[in-house]
Design a protein around this ligand. Structure first.
Ligand SMILES: [Zn+2]
Length: 402
């Protein structure tokens, strides 16, 4: 199982992350169970637990429940209960959500605001800072209690400079260093990443990606982006724009895209486009009247509306089939607001992957809905914030987010 070509520091960090993810999910776990749940050897678990104990991130002691009966009492490892909290921020294109959570990822308070994030970066950053303050206050905490803060932004960050660089996606943010801007406003270090990467982290820590080291998380919303997890790490490419699948050209599509190109996936399957099609089919249905699109999770299976979603899934799946050929992931996790449609979307993606990917790759990949809905990005920011403290000590050997 161990890849001997991987540098020791990276391997150790990955093992630590695996242990932290398991501990975040379970209250208390014995070393034997840690080994079983992570697939790490007993000695690797021992080394990791020692380093986490040294960093004060976990504690080890007797199991709390006294029901063990005969035999010796099991010792268990648990995340150290700390009085501090973490904060996470999710920037959408037109909303910001901030949450305060415990170090085990339980949300204590959450605040949101509608705002033109794309066009008003300064206001968005100001609003995010005050939302963090509000969420913390609602949870009965102050900024001084915070162990870590992380944020996801809806565009690519240059991994070399941590600035927003792609002029076609978040143009008004170009040249900004969101981590620096947020850190200045909050007086604390803030880790920042791309929203799809955050979604992948959220699902991996708390949702449908638990236990997976190689998968694609698709944030299908107003834009479409992929969080790519390879070998247990988020892959962002040489400059940070890996996963911008929304700008893949579709044969025959001709609409202009916000990126300046024509016929991008996003021009066919954005949330706006899908809603437009849904309004059309819902209007022609038997219960016509003033039309608001219901939440996608509530669409009737086998209805015309569900077929619209399945068709959107086929289109996204056509692009994902190529990624399956390239990357051979174990799973495709469908997130974002379109992901909340569930089964109809999964069916469409599955169909295209089966049709266009190589059979061996198609058979290996499970297509599933995210479990965290449109909050995966927020949970990913929280998972990153939880790890930020351990990341500080490990920052020397890898990037800011790891
Ligand atoms: Zn485009």
């Amino acid at each position: 199982m161990t890849d001997t070509t991987e540098p020791v520091s990276a391997r150790r960090r990955r093992s630590r992350d695996q242990l932290l993810a398991v501990l975040a999910e379970h209250d208390a776990v014995s070393r034997a169970d840690l080994s079983r749940l992570t697939g790490l050897s007993r000695s690797a678990v021992g080394a990791c637990v020692a380093s986490l104990l040294a960093d004060g991130l976990v504690s080890e002691g007797a199991a709390l429940s006294g029901a063990s009966g005969r035999g010796r009492k099991a010792h268990v490892v648990r995340l150290r209960s700390v009085s501090g909290v973490v904060a996470g921020i999710d920037f959408g294109h037109s909303h910001i959500t901030a949450a305060a959570a415990t170090a085990t990822g339980e949300i204590l308070a959450e605040c949101s605001e509608e705002l033109d994030v794309d066009g008003r970066p300064t206001q968005a950053l100001d609003a995010a800072s005050s939302l963090v303050g509000r969420a913390l206050a609602e949870a009965g905490h102050e900024l001084d209690d915070v162990l870590g803060i992380a944020a996801g932004i809806p565009g690519p960050l240059d991994v070399r400079t941590q600035t927003v660089r792609a002029p076609t996606i978040l143009s008004d943010w170009v040249g900004l260093d969101p981590a620096d801007e947020l850190s200045r406003r909050l007086g604390q270090p803030v880790a920042v990443g791309n929203d799809a990467d955050m979604g992948a982290r959220g699902e991996r820590a708390y949702g449908a990606g638990q236990g997976l080291d190689d998968f694609l998380y698709i944030k299908a919303s107003h834009g479409i982006g992929a969080g790519i997890v390879l070998g247990g790490r988020t892959y962002r490419g040489s400059t940070g724009i890996a996963g911008e699948i929304g700008h893949t050209q579709l044969p025959g599509a001709t609409s202009w895209c916000r990126c300046g190109s024509r016929g991008c996936l996003e021009t066919v399957v954005s949330l706006t486009q899908v809603r437009r099609q849904l309004i059309h089919v819902l209007k022609t249905g038997p219960a016509s009247g003033p039309m608001a699109v219901p939440p996608l999770s509530e669409l009737e299976p086998d209805s015309a509306a569900a077929r619209v979603i399945t068709d959107a899934g086929r289109t996204v799946g056509r692009v994902l089939a190529d990624l399956v050929n390239c990357l051979n992931p174990a799973a495709i996790i469908l997130g974002g607001e379109l992901g909340t449609a569930g089964r109809p979307l999964v069916l469409g993606v599955r169909e295209s992957v089966d049709r266009y990917a190589q059979p061996a790759g198609a058979q290996a990949v499970s297509v599933r809905s995210g479990r965290l809905g449109s909050r995966a990005e927020l949970f990913g920011a929280l998972a990153t914030a939880v790890r930020q403290r351990s990341a500080v000590s490990a920052a020397a050997d890898s990037g800011r987010l790891g």
